[in-house]
Structure formats: C-alpha cells, structure tokens
Design a protein around this ligand. Structure first.
Ligand SMILES: Cc1cc2nc3c(=O)[nH]c(=O)nc-3n(C[C@H](O)[C@H](O)[C@H](O)COP(=O)(O)OP(=O)(O)OC[C@H]3O[C@@H](n4cnc5c(N)ncnc54)[C@H](O)[C@@H]3O)c2cc1C
Length: 372
C-alpha cells in the first residue's frame, strides 16, 4: 500500500490543529480530517483563558505541563503572527481570582501554597481588597469582595482568532486540511492505518485522534483507554465599553474589543448545548457580586459548549493498547495547552514517539479497560 501520509489527525479543533501545525512544521506529511458543522466543538465555545492558577494543585505533572505551555505561549503567538499575519490578541496580563468570603480566600491561599511547594518558582500574591482596588482604579468592587489571588503567570487570548491562526499555519506549513468529513472507521491495514470518512479514504502510517468529546466513539474499536464525561459551560458577552479591566480572571474578562465576557457554568447535562435562563441568572449573580456596575451593560450574546472532560479533569495523552500507531489526546484547557501540543508533543510524535514521556497522563490511571 502506498502511504499517503505520515500522520492522519482526526479532528481539527485546537488540539488537532496545534499538533498538526507542529508536525507539518517538522516536515511530516500530515492530513487533518475534520467533521461536520454541527459537530461538538469546544474550540469554538471556550473562554480563551491561558490559565495557570490552581492547575494541577493535586497533580504536579499537570502543573508542570500547564506551566511549560503557558511559558511557551508568547513565543507561539509571535510565531503564528509572523506566519499568518493574525494577531490572536494574546496578553500575559496576569490573572485575578476574586474571593467573596474569608473561607474562600483561605482555600485559595492553601491551593496556591501547595502549588508553590511542588514548584517553588510558582508566582502568586495574596491580595486584600485594598490591593485589588488599587490595581483596578476604574472599577467598583462588590461589598463582599474581600480580596483574592493574583498571578502574573495567567493570560488570555481571542480563541477564535487562535483557531484560525493554527489552521492557517498548518496549511501554510504544507499540511492538508479536509473539512466536513466525519471519519467513520480507522482500521489497521498492511502495517499502517486506513481511515474511512464520509466521502474519502486515506492511508497513514500513524493516527492521532483529537476529536474532542467524539474521540470516545473510537474507544472500543481501537482499544483506547478513554472515558469522557462532558460538562456544559455557558458564557455571556456584553456590549462594548471603554477598557476597564486589563487582567484575566476565571469567569470574567474584558476582550480587546471592549466587550465583557461573563461566565461560566459547570453542568452535567449529557450532550445538550442549549443556553438557559438559569445559566444566565447564575452567571449574572456571580459577576454582579464582584463588579456590580456590569449590571448596567446589555448582554448581546450567550452560548454554551461542552468541556472535553476526563473523570479526574486532567488530560489523557496516550495510545491504543492494541495498535501502537494510534495516539489520542483528550483534554480540557486545550487553549492553555496549545503551545505544548504544537511544540514538545508534536516534536515527540514527529520523532516517532520514542519512550513514554507522558505516562503520567495515561488513561490507564482510571483502570478502565474496553469493558468499562
Ligand atoms: C465553555 C467552555 C469554556 C472553556 N474555557 C477554556 C479556557 O478558558 N481555557 C482553556 O484552556 N480551555 C477552555 N476550554 C476547553 C477547551 O475549549 C478545550 O479543551 C478544547 O477546545 C478541546 O479541543 P479539541 O480540539 O480537543 O476538541 P473540539 O474543539 O471539540 O474539536 C474536536 C473536533 O473533532 C471533530 N470531530 C469529531 N469527531 C470526528 C470524526 N469522527 N471525524 C472527523 N472529525 C471529527 C469535530 O468536528 C471538532 O472540530 C473551555 C471549554 C468550554 C466548553
């Protein structure tokens, strides 16, 4: 069989596009096959945070991975801008966590101190209310805000421009992109793999499954140690106002364009991506307790997406138990991890995936076999 591609990637979200770009840059013949328009796409519904705080407090390997990716982000943003002329509006602005009670502040402090014990260069500041007020001169904080945490390691980006830049960079680097084609089956064939999609068949030496929540569709046939528990997140966006809030924050940030992004919810509702008035109420209540004056802004959009969540919330980076050439990634925080996927992970794949550097992220940690 004549092999058309060194690697075929199933899924053109931010994970597939980032890895695809890194592989194409390394000179590999790569195809990304991406599904239909109505497919679940976390990459088009996320909050755009490049977030470090709290990540991996109970899983130091994940803290390391997050830090590695966040530290590489500025370099990737500059590289993609140079290549595609797209400014992704990335800023490592630092991030705030607002606390509404002394208990919340204590919990956040304990988490940050735990992270600093695992990695002493972890940077954070415990802020009282007065400190936050000084940092936010144009903003009136709600009466319950007692302070919180600030870390200069956090940032944010326009996630749609980021996806666009990754896709463009992939194609400009020689990758082949096919859209509107759902891969229906992946089967070993003559020492390689044959992928059958709606209207095409391709062969590749190796495969990366990066199909978000739909990666689970391949778990049984390809013996992937993969289980996902999708979680809905709703987000709202306001009308534009003058720049007021320069920092990232979980659940609240101001875009470069002036709009405020509010949210997000955490809901176990199967595969529903409906928006709800309950979700809007929950978001508005929380935001108004932090910055009450935002209640004067008109909300112009609300949307929902499904997080690609594993049972413990940490990424799975693994390969099939039966087919060594079939790799897969499933992760929440795919925005934060983009620089890792486009950089070290793609390089490792391009080199033939030697050793097992991502053993900490194996799906085997859940001890789930195909039978589960
Ligand atoms: C509300 C919300 C807020 C979030 N906020 C943040 C944040 O602030 N920061 C952060 O780092 N992360 C955030 N995330 C997480 C982040 O968006 C995801 O980790 C990331 O988008 C996952 O990307 P993906 O490429 O794996 O999946 P997806 O974006 O879902 O892409 C999967 C792709 O695979 C394709 N596909 C599926 N099946 C097939 C098939 N059989 N054949 C071909 N193609 C297929 C689909 O068409 C789709 O394009 C958030 C997520 C949500 C839902």
């Amino acid at each position: 069989m004549k092999l058309e591609f060194d690697l075929a990637i199933v899924g053109g979200g931010i994970v597939g596009s980032a890895v695809g770009y890194g592989l194409a840059k390394a000179g590999k013949r790569v195809i990304i096959i991406d599904g239909a328009d109505h497919a679940l796409r976390a990459s088009r519904t996320n909050g755009g945070l490049v977030w470090v705080q709290g990540k991996g407090a109970n899983f130091p390997a994940y803290q390391r991975l997050t830090r590695q990716s966040a530290d590489m982000w500025a370099g990737l943003a500059a590289e993609l801008r140079e290549l595609t002329n797209i400014d992704m509006e990335y800023r490592r602005s630092g991030g705030m966590i607002f606390c509404l009670s002394a208990d919340q502040l204590e919990t956040q402090r304990a988490t940050a101190e735990k992270m600093a014990r695992a990695h002493p260069d972890y940077q954070f500041e415990i802020c009282d209310r007065t400190r936050f007020e000084k940092m936010l001169p144009g903003i009136r904080l709600g009466p319950k805000v007692c302070g919180g945490l600030f870390s200069p390691m956090d940032g944010h980006v326009n996630p749609l421009l980021m996806l666009r830049a990754l896709v463009d960079a992939f194609v400009l680097s020689g990758g082949k992109l096919v859209t509107g084609q759902k891969v229906r089956s992946i089967a070993p064939s003559e020492g390689a793999y044959r992928l059958t999609a709606d209207q095409m068949t391709v062969s590749a030496e190796r495969v990366l499954i990066a199909a978000g929540n739909d990666s689970a569709e391949f778990a049984e046939s390809l013996d992937l140690p993969l289980k996902l528990t999708p979680e809905r997140g709703q987000i709202m966006v306001t009308e534009r106002v003058a720049p007021l809030f320069p920092y990232a924050s979980n659940g609240l940030r101001q875009h470069v364009t002036g709009t405020f992004q509010l949210g997000v919810t955490h809901e176990k509702v199967g595969r529903s991506v409906d928006v709800t008035s309950n979700g809007a109420n929950y978001i508005a209540k929380r935001v108004m307790s932090i910055m009450p004056d935002l209640a004067n802004l008109r909300v112009v959009r609300q949307w929902a997406g499904l997080r690609v969540l594993t049972p413990d919330g940490y990424p799975i980076v693994d390969r099939s138990r039966s087919y060594a050439g079939v790799h897969f990634i499933a992760c929440h925080s795919g925005v934060t991890l983009v620089a890792f996927h486009a950089g070290p992970f793609a390089k490792w794949l391009a080199e033939g995936a030697p050793g097992n550097p991502y053993a900490d992220f194996s799906g085997s940690r859940f001890d789930i076999g195909v039978a589960a």
